[in-house]
Design a protein. Structure first.
Length: 356
């Protein structure tokens, strides 16, 4: 199922409306969840609710009215579910967790303060994550299980957009250990995490575009990282496209590519990105097991950047300035820029994330 169909498979509110809170039908979100049937909507009044929320029945919408905080965890044991305008806070494990589920939508969720990962999806497909904020997760540091947002172990057809993932103790957004993942990460702000901010590890068919990545904290962590770690059974990173991103002010490089001990990186396209102010330059390469056609094109680099495994052309070294205008290549250039303006605007394609 394609990402375009995600919204179509999610339930439209057509059943009963169950109310939670003062004057409502139920005192807690969990009590309403236990009573809800497919097609129902659970409306939760402003306030803070304890004892978490576990959903075991398909086809329900959970919606917060005002500032709604549920402590500590959302556990998803069903599918065809929508969660809107809710905060999950203070878990000693994960903020939100789903394993083996399908057809989920998360809109305007806030997840904070979990000891382990924030939003964790395993073996879960057809997911929309839209307008969410994740902060203060991985509080136990490098011993934490999973990341601020983990799309892992067989999760496919996931779209992450318009999210703010910041100030977490490990990676920000992590796609890992999945062949043919078909994941799109776009129009997010990912900042001030230990890092990397955006990470693809041993996954294939992933697009990363129109994001701003900045301020990783650890000196070994880049703004965007593509890798093959030893933990993965399938040690291949393939068909990953990185375009229209700005990666700046990170403790390591703007983007890194590395293989831990063995594995293959192939068919990577890095096109029309802007890198600046990163302590170790624009891109670092670690590992020599490359295959397929790899491309560096239309990027703005803070210093000269190349690798023998990559075709490199139409890149600009130095600050973004008039030299970038109409100086890019049309070959494989995206049809829009980081602000969703059509490319080209002038006589040719510009270099970097912006089309001026």
């Amino acid at each position: 199922m394609t990402l375009a169909l995600v919204a179509a498979v999610l339930p439209a509110p057509q059943g009963r409306t169950l109310t939670v809170g003062p004057g409502g039908q139920y005192a807690t979100p969990q009590a309403a969840a236990n009573a809800a049937q497919p097609g129902d909507t659970v409306e939760i009044a402003q306030g803070t609710y304890g004892n978490g929320l576990t959903v075991k029945r398909d086809g329900i919408t959970f919606r917060g009215n005002g500032n709604v905080t549920i402590k500590p965890t959302l556990t998803i044991n069903a599918g065809n579910l929508t969660f809107e305008n809710l905060t999950f806070q203070g878990s000693d494990r994960f903020g939100v967790y789903a394993d083996g589920r399908n057809n989920l939508a998360f809109r305007n969720l806030r997840i904070n303060g979990s000891q382990d990962g924030g939003l964790v999806l395993l073996n879960t497909s057809n997911v929309l994550i839209d307008g969410c904020e994740i902060t203060g997760t991985n509080a136990r540091g490098t011993k934490a299980d999973h990341e601020a947002m983990s799309i892992g172990h067989g999760s496919r057809d996931v779209e992450v957009r318009h999210c703010n993932v910041h100030d977490n103790g490990e990676e920000g957004i992590d796609v890992k250990y999945t062949e043919n993942a078909r994941v799109k990460i776009h129009d997010n702000i990912v900042s001030n995490n230990r890092g990397p901010n955006i990470y693809v590890d041993s996954a294939t068919h992933v697009e990363i575009y129109n994001n701003i990545s900045s301020g990783t904290k650890n000196e070994t962590k880049s703004g965007i990282a593509l890798a093959v770690e030893d933990y993965a059974e399938h040690r291949v990173l393939d068909n990953v496209k990185v375009y229209n991103n700005i990666s700046h002010g990170n403790a390591q490089s703007g983007l890194s590519i590395w293989v831990q001990s063995s594995g293959t990186v192939s068919n990577v396209q890095i096109i029309n990105n802007t890198f600046y102010g990163n302590k170790k330059g624009s891109i670092t390469f670690d590992g020599d097991e490359y295959a397929g056609t790899n491309i560096l094109r239309n990027n703005i680099f803070e210093r000269a950047t190349s690798h023998e495994a990559f075709r490199s052309d139409h890149n600009l070294v130095g600050p973004p300035d008039a030299r970038a205008i109409d100086a890019g290549s049309a070959d494989l250039a995206p049809a829009f820029d980081i602000d969703d303006r059509p490319r080209p605007q002038g006589n040719g394609y510009d270099i970097g994330a912006h089309e001026r």
